[in-house]
Design a protein. Structure first.
Length: 380
């Protein structure tokens, strides 16, 4: 969670290195970066975003159309696609650009602390509240509040958030006095809120209150022309951080980057470039220097193999479910969910981040379920 008066700024990508003629021949695409991106080396967030592919250029055009309004925005995108970058750019293009931009990860605090963090508390409101503390809504007053992973908010807090949005005022925990606020909400999620509403995990009235405008960020593999411009941006950044001289990516290396599925999206690409630059022996990054994830490729191969055997996995799943329904087991839906979580976790070799990406849910949701099932310890 962090507040910032600085936002992501749009500017031209630096000229491509000599030898990368295909990209250098084109006009430099627009580039977004996080403020102080070089200090975020361990961040799980995407620190840069380019708009070179027609798909991402269409997104940029939509952002530019909706940003000047004061409408609430929901940004949908997988982990590592750059949701915060887009949120910051919406803020930068709005009338609130000179006011605070406050980013809050809704999955970063427990239900007991969520109300205090968002709405503030008074001295003595609970054990340990030795002084009053404004919440994030007050910190963002006049500006923009970015609620990342909004789907992770507990239902009890969703009720209070809805009231704040309706009344445009907050009441600190332990107080009876309301405080007027003027905040534009930009929410982000890596899950479909419609599905969360249908499952009873997200309030429908809050969903409609938030989703005046929806911005969907495509995965990196869905905008392939952005891959190499981003790769060369990260190469330039990490070369400077490490104090290295000029560096380039050879043809086979570029081909490997273009053909990868990128389940971790922009963040995975950044890590791949950083790692390759550390292990290469000269100023050239080659295909063997890129150690890439194969979680989604394994899934694709499994589906393809099943199709070759004439056995559609979804059809097999339907048959298995019909067999379970005939047995009329108690708590069947929960057992099926547990099986999905457990199987995904083991399929990803007990990697929580990859399993969450595979299921298109937040890591916090996955972790809570694994702890409840006894697959991992709450202390890990």
């Amino acid at each position: 969670m962090h507040a910032s008066h600085r936002s992501a700024h749009l500017y031209a990508l630096p000229s491509s290195p000599e030898g990368h003629g295909d990209l250098a021949a084109r006009a430099s695409p627009p580039l977004l970066t996080l403020p102080h991106a070089r200090k975020l080396g361990t961040s799980i967030r995407a620190t840069a975003q380019v708009f070179h592919d027609p798909v991402s250029l269409a997104l940029l055009e939509r952002v530019q159309r909706v940003a000047p309004s004061d409408a609430n925005v929901v940004i949908i995108g997988a982990t590592g696609t750059g949701k915060e970058l887009i949120a910051r750019h919406v803020h930068e293009l709005s009338q609130r650009r000179d006011a605070p931009f406050v980013a809050v990860n809704c999955g970063a605090f427990s239900e007991s602390l969520a109300e205090s963090e968002l709405f503030g508390h008074e001295k003595g409101a609970f054990t340990g509240a030795i002084t009053h503390k404004p919440g994030w809504f007050e910190a963002a007053n006049g500006g923009t509040l970015f609620l990342d992973e909004i789907g992770d908010l507990p239902l009890a807090i969703q009720v209070k958030l809805l009231r704040v949005l309706q009344e445009r005022e907050v009441v600190r925990l332990g107080s009876r006095r309301s405080i007027p606020i003027d905040v534009r909400i930009i929410a982000a999620t890596n899950v479909r809120l419609q599905d969360a509403v249908a499952a009873g995990h997200f309030r429908q009235d809050l969903y409609y209150r938030l989703q005046v405008v929806q911005l969907a960020i495509p995965r990196l593999r869905e905008r392939p022309l952005d891959i190499l411009p981003l790769a060369y941006h990260f190469l330039h950044e990490y070369r400077q951080r490490l104090g290295y001289g000029a560096a380039r990516i050879d043809g086979e290396g570029e081909r490997k980057l273009r053909q990868h599925d990128w389940p971790g999206n922009i963040r995975e690409l950044e890590n791949a470039i950083h790692h390759a630059l550390l292990i290469c022996q000269d100023d050239c990054l080659r295909a063997e220097h890129f150690h890439l994830s194969h979680v989604e490729r394994r899934l694709d191969y499994a589906v393809a193999a099943a199709d070759e055997r004439g056995n559609d996995p979804l059809h097999a799943l339907e048959q298995a479910l019909q067999g379970l329904f005939n047995q009329s087991q108690e708590g069947l839906f929960e057992k099926i969910e547990d099986t999905v979580f457990r199987t995904a976790f083991e399929f990803c070799e007990r990697n929580q981040v990859q399993a969450a990406r595979l299921l298109d849910i937040s890591r916090n949701v996955l972790r809570a379920r694994l702890i409840r099932n006894g697959q991992i310890s709450a202390l890990k």
